[in-house]
Structures are given as structure tokens and as C-alpha cells.
Design a protein around this ligand. Structure first.
Ligand code: OFO
Length: 169
């Protein structure tokens, strides 16, 4: 059985992962409007990853006999009007998510739930990867500046990203 405090923290995080899915879906809309199909694909993969992250916690809570409490998902607000500004927002958002997973880990430590800590280790590693992946695109966008041709080359590169269902835990 899982402690009530940890159960609450997991329910809160499930909501944040679903919000991430929703936020990236809103960003996908921006790139659809710009007709940058490689970026659209990148966000499509991101949306699926966030869904998998939420479901990983959902399934885990269920497996541990916890009570799942689905909450309202906030309306996503995309900050920025250029690909660069939007990726700056993505990085800020991922850093925020990392801080929330660290908080979840703190709660798991506090209630001495080693099984949950093991699961959360996976999420922390995933955050390192996410931040690094986003940071890479951001660095390229900074180099690109106003160069439209280079932006289209990056768009072509991002079209190659594919979703691989993660094995969580
Ligand atoms: Fe779920 O990792 Fe991004 O937010």
C-alpha cells in the first residue's frame, strides 16, 4: 500500500504530465500554423511521451493499490512568438517538471518508500535526457538566428524524430 501523502504527490504529478501533453499539443498548433512540419513532428512525439509519462504514474499508482484522482487540466499558455522563444519556454517547462519530480522523490524519501524511489529514478533520468534534447534544439535555434534556410534545414532534421514507447521503471 502507498502512503496518502505519496499518493497525493503522484496524483498531482499525473496532472502535471497531462498538462505537459496539453502544452506541447498547443505548441504543435503554433508550428502547424507556420507550416514547419518537422517541428510539428517533434511536438507530436513530445505529446506522446508526456502521455506515456502520465500513464506510467497512473499504472504505478493503481498497481500499488493507490486511489487515482484525475483533476482538471489547465488551459495551456504558449509563451513566445518565434520558434526560439517557444523552445525557451519548453526548456523552462522541463526544468519546472524536473523540480516537481525532485519534490516527488523527496516525499518518497520522507515516507521511506523505496519502490517508489526506484520508479522515480527512471523519471529523473528521463528529465536529464529531455532537458538535454531540448537544450540541443535551442542551441541550434540560437545559431540560426534570422536565417530562414537554416531554419528549414533544422525542420527537416526534426522530421526524423520517432516515438519509441518508453519502458518505465
Ligand atoms: Fe514528462 O517530461 Fe516533459 O514534461
Amino acid at each position: 500500500m502507498i502512503s496518502e501523502k505519496l499518493q497525493e504527490a503522484f496524483n498531482e504529478q499525473i496532472n502535471k504530465e497531462l498538462y505537459s501533453e496539453y502544452l506541447y499539443l498547443a505548441m504543435k498548433v503554433y508550428f502547424q500554423e507556420q507550416n514547419l512540419q518537422g517541428f510539428v513532428n517533434w511536438f507530436d512525439v513530445q505529446v506522446q511521451e508526456e502521455h506515456a509519462h502520465a500513464m506510467g504514474m497512473f499504472d504505478y499508482l493503481n498497481e500499488r493499490g493507490g486511489k487515482i484522482d484525475l483533476r482538471a487540466i489547465e488551459k495551456p499558455v504558449v509563451e513566445g512568438n518565434t520558434p526560439l522563444e517557444i523552445f525557451e519556454h519548453v526548456l523552462r517547462h522541463e526544468e519546472y517538471v524536473t523540480s516537481r519530480i525532485n519534490h516527488l522523490m523527496d516525499v518518497a524519501e520522507e515516507v521511506r518508500d523505496r519502490a517508489a524511489m526506484h520508479l522515480l529514478d527512471w523519471y529523473l533520468k528521463e528529465q536529464v535526457e529531455e532537458e538535454s534534447n531540448v537544450g540541443g534544439v535551442l542551441a541550434t535555434l540560437r545559431l540560426i538566428g534570422e536565417d530562414k534556410h537554416a531554419l528549414l534545414m533544422l525542420d527537416r532534421e526534426l522530421a526524423a524524430r520517432t516515438f519509441v514507447a518508453p519502458v518505465i521503471g
